[in-house]
Design a protein around this ligand. Structure first.
Ligand code: SF4
Ligand code: SF4
Length: 80
């Protein structure tokens, strides 16, 4: 299951210059939260299941989280 909530959060602070955004595959994710630890913008928090939730108001689309995820549960997708 891939979940991206584009309506709840997003865009207020980074404006419209972000090119890519992270998309988490929650079935693949093991809830290790390494992505949250590595995110330079502290844009990732744990949801009620302990899995990462990206606050797109702060995410800069750098891709560090996707690179650091040990099970490749995050992919960077082109911003719409
Ligand atoms: S690093 Fe990958 S496996 Fe770990 S919490 Fe983040 S998305 Fe899930
Ligand atoms: S793309 Fe960069 S800024 Fe956005 S959540 Fe991942 S590590 Fe954080």
């Amino acid at each position: 299951m891939v979940v991206v909530d584009r309506t709840k959060k997003g865009g207020q602070y980074v404006g419209n210059w972000r090119t890519y955004m992270p998309e988490v595959d929650y079935e693949r994710c093991t809830a290790c939260l390494l992505c949250a630890m590595y995110c330079p913008e502290a844009a990732i928090t744990a949801n009620e299941e302990g899995k990462p939730e990206v606050d797109l108001r702060f995410c800069k689309g750098c891709g560090v989280c996707a690179n650091e995820c040990p099970v490749k549960a995050i992919r960077m997708v082109k911003e719409e």
